[in-house]
Design a protein around this ligand. Structure first.
Ligand SMILES: [Zn+2]
Ligand SMILES: [Zn+2]
Length: 244
């Protein structure tokens, strides 16, 4: 009954104050996406084929089939597959900045919902048994007040009814932010930065590792390595955005 009443009140509030686009505030009609106006939605560059069958790297040449990229051919990836919703540019970049650096958690939630709605190439979220967000070091968590990956992971966990585990994998070493480093320095910077706290929770699980942005992949590669070392059956990576 309380739930019904809440729905009626929400409906009335929507009539008096129609919900606007979470990015530009534009008026939305019933045909719009629930969170993004048609203009903002059209500026999200969803990942498209051809892309790397393993790490999801999009190829500049728009022709041809998906295939392995040079990096995935020459070096072993610890994750089985990595996929992203869209390119880290335009509206998606703006939305991630609002969420991450200006603490607009409603934007984060809407982005998480968007991750649940999208169909990924050769990748099904329902195949996984446990969702783990990439952890922040407790010092960074204190500065920011929230872990952006956990907010995204929570939406996926609720939508697909897959358990969420945000305590088994910990970031134990606080180092320079990855954004300040060159590609080669990034892997060295995260090496040994993560620990598995409860190995029994990880063992035999098909893990979906969730992060906000995939840049060189060094963070998710290191997390995957640690999870596999503790006998995870498989680790796949899903990020909201990807740099090219
Ligand atoms: Zn908009
Ligand atoms: Zn690749």
């Amino acid at each position: 009954m309380a739930c019904e009443m809440k729905k009626i009140i929400t409906g009335l509030v929507d009539i008096v104050f129609p919900p606007g686009c979470i990015l530009c505030g534009a008026f939305m009609d019933e045909h719009s996406h629930p969170s993004f106006c048609p203009h903002c939605f059209s500026q999200i560059h969803f990942m498209q084929s051809p892309q790397c069958t393993c790490c999801g790297l999009p190829f500049l040449d728009r022709e041809g089939e998906d295939h392995l990229c040079g990096d995935c051919i020459t070096s072993k990836q610890f994750f089985s597959v990595a996929r992203s919703l869209g390119k880290y540019d335009s509206v998606l970049l703006e939305a991630i900045h609002l969420f991450k650096y200006r603490a607009k958690l409603t934007v984060g939630k809407a982005l998480g919902m968007l991750m649940t709605e999208h169909e990924y190439r050769d990748f099904t979220i329902r195949d996984y048994s446990l969702i783990i967000p990439v952890p922040l070091h407790k010092r960074r968590l204190k500065e920011r007040g929230f872990n952006q990956s956990l907010i995204l992971a929570r939406e996926l966990s609720i939508h697909f009814s897959i358990p969420l585990d945000f305590s088994s994998l910990k970031r134990t070493i606080h180092r320079k932010p990855q954004t300040m480093l060159k590609q080669k320095e990034r892997l060295a910077n995260v090496k040994g930065a993560f620990e598995v706290k409860s190995a029994e929770r990880i063992k035999g699980e098909k893990i979906l590792l969730v992060d906000d942005v995939y840049t060189t992949g060094s963070t998710v590669k290191e997390c995957s390595r640690m999870l596999l070392r503790h006998e995870a059956d498989e680790v796949a990576v899903l990020t909201l955005a990807r740099t090219l």
